[in-house]
Each structure stands twice: as C-alpha cells, then as structure tokens.
Design a protein around this ligand. Structure first.
Ligand code: FES
Length: 109
C-alpha cells in the first residue's frame, strides 16, 4: 500500500495531538473525490466500499460521508480525505485498511 499522509502532519502515525484535536469532533468527515480523474481511476468502487464499511460497523451517526468535485491533486489520486487528512492512491483494495487504521484510533466502533 502506498498511502501518503499530509496536511499538518509530519508523520504517518496519528499522535496524541491529532488524537485529542480530532476526538473533539462529534462527527468524523469522510470526503471522497468525485472529480473525473479520481472517479475514472476507481473512486466509484471505493465509494461503494466506504458505504459498506460504514454500514458494517454501524457508524452512520458518527460519520459524515460526502463527495467532492476535485481536490486539485489529480496526479496523486484517487484521493480521499478523512477529518482534513488527505490520502492518495486510495482504491477499493486498500480503503478498508485506511479506515481501520484511522478509526481504530478513535475507537468509535
Ligand atoms: S479529480 Fe480527484 S483530485 Fe482532481
């Protein structure tokens, strides 16, 4: 898996600072890029996987899942953003691992 983290984060591991800041949020936000480049390279299948994941873990009330037109990072896509953290090269095969790693920190299910 080749996932690159960015946006105010110096490491690939969520630290206490991230945890405490993000934990103040009532609802986690997942935004999938529905721009033509990301969509054509697999975000349609990734979208379905995320919907399955949310239903499987019964976290509908804790997650706001929505689409975005383009993050202007098409070359790094397909892209996904979770609580303002951008993930690149996301696909239907690695998205569950990304969600598991992200949400296990918050123990929301
Ligand atoms: S289409 Fe996804 S970042 Fe541009």
């Amino acid at each position: 898996m080749n996932v690159i983290y960015e946006k105010n984060c110096q490491s690939n591991i969520c630290c206490y600072f991230c945890y405490s800041n993000n934990n103040k949020m009532k609802q986690h936000e997942i935004i999938i890029c529905m721009g033509s480049s990301c969509f054509a390279r697999g975000n349609k299948a990734t979208l379905a996987k995320i919907k399955e994941y949310i239903a499987k873990h019964k976290i509908e009330d804790k997650v706001l899942f929505k689409g975005n037109r383009c993050f202007d990072k098409c070359g790094k896509g397909p892209n996904l953003m979770i609580d303002e953290k951008m993930f690149h090269q996301v696909n239907a095969e690695n998205v569950e691992t990304i969600l598991d790693q992200f949400f296990s920190i918050f123990r929301i299910y």
